[in-house]
Design a protein around this ligand. Structure first.
Ligand code: AMP
Ligand code: ZN
Length: 119
């Protein structure tokens, strides 16, 4: 999957619409099109990194910033008493979109189980 064809790169470039939650020069957050919880958005690096398994030392800062950002954005979206982060990776992790993304799931009530959605 090249950056040209990558659906999340297309969202970064504005070629596919998204409901944005946050944006800066290296990070974008937007609502999941098929939410699995009352609050469900994802945080992605604008740089195309195919998966967490492909992350490199040079990606450390942006990945760290993404993690630090989760709490503030979750609260802003109405998940005030905690949330869950999920990073599906590769075939075994049942990753569907091969552009690294951190799911942030939450809402008012505790989420069911460990797995955020059965596929
Ligand atoms: P994953 O299995 O972690 O790769 O999940 C990919 C996620 O991307 C799924 O939860 C989809 O609902 C979501 N998704 C796919 N296409 C879009 C899109 N165009 N805008 C927002 N979310 C999307
Ligand atoms: Zn991409």
């Amino acid at each position: 999957m090249s950056e040209q064809d990558c659906i999340f790169c297309k969202i970064v470039r504005g070629e596919i619409p998204s409901r944005k939650v946050y944006e800066d020069n290296e990070i974008l957050a937007f609502h999941d099109i098929n939410p699995a919880a009352p609050v469900h958005f994802m945080i992605i690096p604008k740089k195309h990194i195919a998966s967490l398994g492909d992350a490199r030392e040079e990606d450390r800062d942006v990945l760290g910033r993404m993690m630090v950002m989760t709490g503030r954005l979750a609260r802003q979206q109405g998940s005030t008493d905690g949330f869950r982060t999920v990073v599906n990776t590769g075939r075994v992790g049942r990753q569907d979109v091969y552009h690294l993304h951190v799911h942030v799931l939450g809402g008012d009530e505790p989420l069911p189980g460990m797995i955020h959605r059965s596929k």
